[in-house]
Design a binder for this molecule. Sequence first.
Ligand code: NAD
Length: 352
Amino acid sequence: MVHFVGVEAMIKLVEAAGVQPFLKGLCLAIEDDFRRWPAFEKTPRIASHSSVGVIELMPTSDGDHYGFKYVNGHPKNMKEGLQTVTAFGVLSDVSTGYPILVSEMTLLTALRTAATSAMAAKHLARADSQCMAIIGNGAQSEFQALAFAAICGIKRFRLYDIDPTASLKCAANLAKYGLDITLCPTAQDAVAGADIITTVTADKQCATILSDNMVGEGIHINAIGGDCLGKTELHKDILYRSNIFVEFTEQTRTEGEIQQLPENHPVTELWKVIDGTEPGRQSDKDITLFDSVGFAIEDFSALNFMRRQALSHGIFEELDLIADLPDPRNLFGVLEPGNQGVHASRQPQAAA
Ligand code: NAD
């Protein structure tokens, strides 16, 4: 049987740990996998674009496990009462090729994106950072705030969204976490006094959420929403003033903010900062930019981390996904009621 973690089980797993300890644990798991980056098979994700969105497959393997995520991005969905981003994922055992886990990943993607953002900021933002602006207060925003509070010690958050009800929702959801939250009337106002700026808006176009004059010396930018071809958030001039850090260069050149730059513009892969082979921030005056698009290794880490939690808490279901045959050559036998070759899990004596 294959383990299945659905939405209910994911909620229970996060509740069992507490959302911030879960984010901290996930951040450490992603950091461990970034340290062994060369051990992974890496390929840019496979994207299927339409005029309204994108559907993507994100595979990777470390030789022991293979994982992939199916994820969509449809900015217009919100107006139709649907989510912009939904996802599910699979982990398999490389030695048999059998899937071992199928999981919801809409919640898990929000958690892993926030944990990865905070991990990047831990290495790139000024150590004295206290205040973060969040521009775009939709589905990802609370996860981002809680990860930055738990992992980077950020205490003050300045929220802005073109839809004020999104900011109110975000502030209400964060109310019980003891954070200092300010609702701001404009993006310009939100970034005033911020040490870190997170842009997490959704629009399938090259937008200018941040213009050059909004970004001062020493800022760390966590750019989340520009994550596919033809979808960016930052004015190009900001990129020329920043030290740019990416997940997997080949994928980010097509999908990230750097799609606006020439192919040879220098960027640093974040794993090299984490394993100490490349410097991160070099001065308090640097502008550092994490040009996040989301990479398969983060989903792989998240699936493995979550699987360990699920097994230790016993929070999962069994999924009847693979025929379990007494004689593996007799697949046809599962179609014959009463036949000895029938699917083992349907035979009480075989299941016992
Ligand atoms: P969402 O639709 O729930 O929220 C987006 C919010 O942005 C909405 O509240 C909307 O009103 C606001 N917005 C749109 N244009 C704006 C503007 N000009 N100024 C201020 N606010 C604006 O989407 P979500 O699930 O929160 O995702 C946000 C973005 O993050 C999407 O583009 C998604 O593709 C991306 N994302 C990236 C990663 C990653 O790993 N980098 C992971 C998940 C999601």
